[in-house]
Write a protein that binds this ligand. Structure first.
Ligand code: GDG
Length: 523
């Protein structure tokens, strides 16, 4: 164990620890100006809350404010342990390396990644801080689950400090093909960092495959199916580890690391519950009335991010209006673009581009009584989101690259009426599961326009058939199932891990090849 910070409460107390960049709470200020925290509306919280409660677990993360020295506190029965970040670290580790290097790189360089050595240095320092904190708090033999791309070095750092721990890692965003990943100047360190985990989870089978390929190319380790044999260098790790240790061909001790897909999901039942509420249904009707009761309401809901393909969607809609295929009196698009990463230049530019395009389309095709695009640069309460999902005949998810895309699943979960059509990018992880959506290549504007028209004209019986199949999937594989399947893979014996069962059917060789071709072509 590391020498524990004498001021740190709860040393070695927790059997289950979650580590993520952000704590699952947002800071709010009440009417009297008193600050407090409120649970943030993410799926991860919903998924982990029951596990956290049962295990009396701790959640380590940043509060979202620079230079914030909030002490550990309890919120809704979960111990929250803030990690402090300076303003300089927020700029270099978070906005820089995480959001301006890794994010664009892992999303197939849709925007050019920036590589700066001082950002990397800050990433290392901050990852070490998170690892130190987890090492202090975890009990002997505890399970630690590290989340996402901001913390890829934590598994290795943590294993060095605490070889007795069981360590999981889940990557919420894609893992790119080697040809792209290999741009990263610190590609080997990141791979080694991740391999400190016992189980590395990805959204799609293809992501796990890309990772294993990078391991083979960069480190030359053997991989068999989803298992990677990782040589153990450190003697202390052999004696201290609770995991199965095998002997490699060269006589060196090895650890079996599993890299496979665990597609994340949502709390489907809670979306359906909201959608069945009469007040939310009334609100959905009100939204349609407010839009002038058009024949067709189309909807997009995204963080304002260049990965989401908002521009491609607007281009397709704009062209349909321009060539007269759809009429602004009949069809309207509501685009919620919730504010995101507003201090990163690429996001500022994106906002300008999108708002210019929306303005042009509305100026060219709007009438006094009908607006082509209702553009909303706000965040909304979940109730309002569900009302929008109910109001929308067609949901447009046209991401150019997306780990999963929960919006697609939320739409499906909300449509208990089996109405509505989902147009879904094949580049979103969700398209592996939601196979009866109208799947599109968003780069193909003609194809996208055709899919939009097909969605608009789709007979009710076909809508219902497609929606029923998608609803079955989302209801069965909800977020509780996601976390329990990850955690059971993590805590089961290494022997079991050698025979993992993916929750998603592994694509056949020809499907995988077709997907690779599609990716190549899209580039
Ligand atoms: C990352 C990966 C992966 C959006 N605007 C509002 C609002 N939202 C909610 C949505 C949805 C969530 O935010 C966005 O999740 P996504 O999955 O669509 O996308 P990312 O934020 O990029 O998430 C992604 C995910 O991690 C999980 O692993 O699926 O691929 O990129 O839940 O509903 N919620 C509310 N108001 C808004 O205005 N309440």
């Amino acid at each position: 164990m590391p020498s524990s910070d004498s001021s740190a409460p709860f040393p070695g107390e927790f059997d289950f620890v979650v580590v993520s960049n952000r704590l699952p709470v947002d800071r709010i200020t009440d009417d009297d100006g008193n600050p407090s925290f409120r649970t943030s509306p993410g799926g991860l919280v919903t998924a982990l809350e029951p596990v956290m409660r049962e295990a009396d677990g701790a959640w380590i993360g940043w509060t979202g404010s620079a230079d914030d020295h909030t002490e550990p506190f309890e919120h809704d029965g979960v111990h929250l342990i803030p990690v402090h970040l300076t303003a300089d670290e927020v700029e270099k580790y978070y906005e820089g390396f995480s959001n301006d290097t890794l994010w664009p790189l892992y999303h197939d360089v849709i925007a050019p990644p920036a590589y700066h050595r001082e950002w990397w240095e800050s990433y290392v320092v901050v990852n070490q801080r998170f690892a130190d904190r987890a090492a202090e708090l975890a009990s002997e033999g505890a399970t630690v689950w590290v989340q996402d791309y901001q913390l890829q070095l934590v598994p290795k750092m943590l294993r060095e400090l605490r070889p007795d721990l069981t360590i999981g890692f889940f990557n919420h965003i894609p893992f790119p093909a080697y040809g792209i990943y290999s741009q990263l100047p610190w590609r080997t360190q990141i791979i080694e960092g991740l391999l400190g985990a016992d189980v590395i989870g990805f959204q799609r089978t293809a992501d796990a495959g890309n990772f294993s390929r990078a391991v083979r190319r960069l480190l030359g380790y053997q991989t068999k199916g989803t298992v990677i044999d990782v040589p153990i260098e450190d003697e202390a790790e052999v004696s201290g580890s609770s995991r199965r240790i095998t002997t490699g061909r060269d006589g060196r001790p090895m650890r079996a690391v599993v890299a496979r897909s665990f597609p994340i999901s949502i709390d489907a039942a809670s979306y359906e519950q909201l959608a069945r509420r009469p007040d939310i249904q009334a609100r959905a009707r009100e939204i349609r009335e407010g839009l002038g009761n058009p024949k067709v309401v189309m909807l997009g809901v995204d963080r304002l991010d260049y990965t989401k393909g908002i521009g491609h969607r607007l281009k397709a809609f704009g062209e349909l209006l321009a060539d007269g295929t759809v009429d602004v009196e009949d069809v309207t698009l509501v685009q919620v673009a919730s504010p995101s990463r507003e201090r990163v230049t690429a996001y500022q530019q994106l906002r300008d581009e999108i708002e210019l395009t929306v303005g042009r389309i509305n100026g060219d095709y709007g009438t006094i009584s009908h607006t082509a695009i209702s553009y909303l640069h706000h965040g909304y309460p979940r109730e309002e989101m569900v009302a929008l999902y109910l109001a929308a005949d067609v949901m447009l998810v046209t991401a150019l690259r997306d780990g999963m895309n929960l919006v697609a699943k939320e739409y499906v979960a909300s449509r208990f009426d089996n109405g509505g059509v989902l147009v879904l990018s094949e580049f979103a992880g969700a398209s592996d599961e939601l196979r009866t959506a109208l799947r599109v290549n968003p780069h193909d504007i003609e194809g996208l326009k055709e899919a939009v028209l097909q969605a608009i004209d789709m007979p009710a019986s076909e809508r219902a058939r497609r929606m029923r199949a998608m609803r079955k999937r989302v209801q069965e594989y909800d977020v509780a199932r996601w976390s329990s399947s990850f955690l059971s893979a993590l805590t089961s014996s290494s022997d079991d891990l050698a025979l993992p069962k993916s929750t998603v059917r592994t694509p056949t060789r020809s499907e995988a090849r077709a997907e690779e071709r599609a990716v190549e072509e899209a580039r």
